[in-house]
Every structure is written in C-alpha cells, then in structure tokens.
Ligand binder design. Structure first.
Ligand code: AMP
Length: 390
C-alpha cells in the first residue's frame, strides 16, 4: 500500500480526500470524530509545508433543497478550532474563483472546498465518477492523498477520479484502518467473530467470507432468530428474515461447530422500552413474545469463548440498542472485552456508536470509522478507492 510517506509532498499542492461526513443539526456539528480522525494526515502536510486542498462529501444531494443542509462550511469552522489556524473555504466546487484561491495558496495554507456532492445536482457527476470532473479536481494539485476510509468502497470522482489522474497514496487514517482489518486475513487464533444487528440479508457476504476464516462466529441481535427458525424453533414475534432461512440452514449444516447461537434472550410482548422483560431460554419463546436482547446465560457463554481468543471482529449490536433496557448485554460484553484487553476490531456504524456512547471506544484495539467500507472489506470485495491507488 502506497502511503503518504512514500510521496514527496514538500511545498506541493496536496489534495486530500477526507471523510467529513459528520452529523450536523442547525449548523452545529454534533459529533466531530471524523474531523479529528483526519488531523494526523493534515498535520503531517502542514509540517511538510504543503499547500493543502481538502475535499469531502456531506450527506446526499438530490435536489436544490438538499444544498443548504449539506453545506460543508461548519466543518471549516470546526477544523479551524481543532488546528488552531485559519481555514480558507471555497463555496465553489469548480471554476475561476476556486482556481484563483488555489493559485494563491502559500505553504501551510489550508483550503476546504464545498461538499463534493454539490456536483451531483448536475447528473450525479461526483457519485458516478464523471471522468472530466475527476480530471478537473486532479488539475488543482500536484499529488493526491485518499484519507476517506468511509467512502473507499465507492468509485467517486473525488477519490477514484482524482487518483486516476495524479500521483497518489493513502493517508494515515486509511493506512491504519486497512492495517487493522488486514490482520484478519491471516489472524492469530482463536479468531472469533461477533455478529449482531438486524437482518441476515445485510450480512450474508460477511458470513460467507468470515465463516471460512474464523474459529467461531457468535450470533446475536435480530439476526439470531432466523438461525433459530432454521433449526425449527419457535421465535414468536421476534425479527425474522424469511427469505434467508435456507441460507441459515446451509451455514448451520456446513459449519455446525463454528456457529454459536444465543441460548436465552430478554423477551417481552411489544417492541417498546416501556414494558417489563423476562429472561427466557431460546427453546421456550411463546408465540406472542419477541426477543430484544441476548440473555444473561448467552452473555456468559460468549464471554467464555472470548476469554481465550487472540483476535475478535465485532459487527452489529446484540440487542435493540436504541432502547435502554435492551442495550445491557451489548454494553456488558464491550466492558468484558475492555477489562480483559481482548484485541477487538469494531466494524460497522452501530457497534462503534454503541461503544462511543458507553465510553469504551478509546479502550478498544480498533474502532473503524467506516461501516459500509468495513463490511465490504470483510466480504472480501475490492475497495475501488484503494485499488485506484495501487
Ligand atoms: P445493523 O445495522 O445490521 O448493525 O443493525 C442494527 C440494528 O439492529 C439496530 O437498530 C438494532 O435495534 C437492531 N437489533 C438488534 N437486535 C435486535 C433484535 N433482537 N430485534 C430487532 N432488532 C434488533
């Protein structure tokens, strides 16, 4: 992997594709994690006297009315606070005004260009990797750094398009993400995968790929019920992914020793946080009940398996994390992992958000910043943003 350290960036115009796709409400940034994650690469460029040109998307732009709410200028303000220096901001994503600012950049200056997806109003030029747009953005700089892990699984003009036209490399964030994930290709053993979340459908590719590599796959969340149904169990009103029962049957029969299912659940009668719940064995769920979290015996079983593991990959919460009552065992397993220093990679937005909320994120070995990108990597797919650099 060619990294920023392999390029001469001294006094050069360096275009950095960042992932500044942060949650913004009424012009205020609610979570600046992604901006902070970009600082290492930006600081490195400052130290090397580069003229820095930053690009990022924010949200989706389908019509005029999407423009204002996806204005990237609050990011310039936050970045300026974090770096304690001025940030220039270009309202224009192309044209003579932008080019004039780029030409005036001095060493150490930083310019943030407006949301790359403003170009999507014109025939989805950014998202469809319009050749001419990629070439144009590339013409603004001397070298290109892709540090946007969150979009590395997409071929857009601002990543693949620019990389195809300039000497390029990945930044420190992408390097760190890929290095962490690539340890799973040749893992220390036992290698344990924890999979939760809602639907089997979304995780088929990950299961198919990781079941061949992992020693155990611990299944929790809504997904578990389709596996139990495949074993002929009553799951009541629990989440069922009807179309994938046969897939679960196939996985269970091919890898019976690898798949570990919950033995009990926190069950209730309605999808709400307001009712009381009970702990029930997996084979004792009534037709009017639904499981909204794994049970305490399952937690204990998962902890016993994790105790000896050398590396763990965890995607998706084990219960309905949005409800206070049903986040309990996800939080307890996170706590167990942190207290026992179990080398764990968290991948996928929801579990990283859960770890952040519960205050465990900084104690985890690696928490990925890109949900979709991580999943595609774990499915064994080529990441176009990375391939364009190679
Ligand atoms: P994912 O995006 O696939 O990681 O799924 C996350 C979603 O899974 C969250 O919104 C959770 O509420 C949901 N989820 C987890 N456990 C359950 C469950 N037992 N029943 C229904 N939904 C669940």
């Amino acid at each position: 992997m060619k990294t920023i350290k392999d390029l001469d960036i001294n006094d050069k115009k360096v275009i950095i594709r960042c992932d500044f796709n942060v949650p913004i409400k009424e012009g205020k940034i609610i979570d600046d994690t992604r901006i902070r994650a970009a600082l290492e690469t930006i600081n490195y460029c400052i130290e090397h006297n580069s003229k820095i040109i930053l690009l990022s998307h924010l949200g989706r732009i389908k019509e005029e009315s999407d423009l204002k709410k996806n204005d990237l200028s609050p990011v310039a303000k936050r970045l300026s606070e974090l770096l304690e220096r001025d940030i220039l901001f270009s309202e224009k994503t192309r044209g003579p005004e932008l080019e004039a600012v780029v030409d005036s950049l001095k060493s150490g200056d930083i310019l943030l260009i407006q949301n790359t997806r403003y170009e999507d109003l014109d025939g989805k030029k950014e998202s469809k990797n319009d050749e001419e747009l990629g070439k144009y953005w590339a013409s603004l700089g001397d070298v290109f750094i892709n540090d946007a892990f969150g979009t590395i699984h997409r071929a857009h003009a601002s990543n693949v398009g620019i990389a195809s036209n300039l000497d390029s490399a990945v930044g420190f964030l992408v390097e760190k993400e890929i290095q962490a994930l690539s340890t799973l290709n040749n893992p220390e053993r036992p290698f344990v995968v924890i999979l939760g979340g809602a639907k089997v459908e979304d995780k088929i590719g990950v299961i198919e790929n990781l079941v061949t590599k992992a020693d155990k796959i611990l299944i929790g969340g809504g997904m578990a019920f389709t596996f139990l149904k495949a074993q002929g169990m009553e799951i009541g009103k629990s989440l069922l992914d009807e179309n994938n029962i046969d897939f679960c049957k196939k996985i269970l029969s091919t890898y019976p020793e690898k798949i570990v299912l919950p033995i009990d659940f926190a069950v209730t009668n309605e999808y709400t946080n307001d009712e009381e719940y009970r702990q029930k064995a997996s084979d004792n769920i009534s037709i009017d009940e639904m499981g909204l979290d794994i049970g305490d015996k399952t937690l204990e079983n998962f902890e016993n398996i994790l105790r000896d593991s050398k590396i763990v990959m965890w995607n998706g919460p084990l219960g309905v994390y949005e409800f206070e009552k049903y986040k309990k065992n996800t939080d307890r397993l996170l706590e167990y992992i942190c207290n026992n220093n179990i080398k764990t990679i968290l991948g996928g937005g929801d579990i990283v958000a859960a770890a952040t909320q519960a205050g465990y994120k900084d104690k985890i070995y690696h928490a990925s910043t890109g949900g979709g990108a991580t999943l595609e990597y774990l499915e064994g797919k080529t990441l176009p943003g990375l391939a364009a650099i190679k």
